[in-house]
Design a protein around this ligand. Structure first.
Ligand SMILES: [Zn+2]
Length: 112
């Protein structure tokens, strides 16, 4: 398995995406428990989403030159599923929790 050259940026991208998903959960919960914090949570979510989007477009697969966490209409048939997720979301959780991933465009495996 080949090492991914931009390891730290890919890890940062994954952790930022996870934090954005977590803030999305808070957006669902906070209107009921602490509505005053809602503008802050929305700002945090939007900031994390923008950072994740920028990082996702910066990271490319060395094999196919496409972006492993940017998904179009279709993905490679051998793209993996992880933790009941697929596509770019599977890449995010595999990077964050397993330090490896499979490109959703060419199915090449990378370790971090
Ligand atoms: Zn690829």
């Amino acid at each position: 398995m080949e090492s991914y050259p931009n390891k730290n940026l890919m890890l940062t991208n994954a952790y930022i995406a996870l934090a954005a998903w977590f803030s999305l959960v808070l957006l669902i919960v906070f209107p009921f428990v602490a509505p005053d914090y809602l503008p802050f949570i929305i700002t945090v979510f939007l900031s994390l989403a923008v950072i994740h989007t920028v990082l996702a477009f910066m990271l490319k697969c060395p094999n196919c030159n496409k972006r492993p966490t940017v998904q179009g209409l279709s993905i490679h048939p051998d793209a993996e599923e992880a933790y009941k997720l697929n596509g770019w979301a599977a890449v995010i959780v595999r990077v964050a929790f397993d330090k490896q991933f499979r490109c959703i465009h060419c199915a090449k495996d990378y370790k971090l």
